[in-house]
Design a protein around this ligand. Sequence first.
Ligand code: TYC
Length: 98
Amino acid sequence: GGDGSVSTQTVEKTSTNRKLAPRYRVLLHNDDYNPMEYVVQVLMSTVPGLTQPQAVSIMMEAHTNGLALVITCALEHAEFYCETLKNHGLTSTIEPDE
Ligand code: TYC
């Protein structure tokens, strides 16, 4: 302060420097071959926690727009979902989120 003394202070950091893993989007592509019900079943069996209404919505968006967001997640999960969809005859791609 102004009296010539030197003050110090300690500021606690609460969980700084803990970088979050970058996230990736799994995108489902439309095709002319797979039946709608089959796409819904594959989506539900591939992505944990995906409900039937969510799977129907994703399938219909891909069917209508050509492309639909399936899930945003860590890269290793995105790669696993993409590979699983491919193994079931569905086309998907991965892109960075942002
Ligand atoms: N277009 C397909 C059909 O008419 C259904 C479908 C929807 C296929 C979404 C793939 O990602 C897809 N039977």
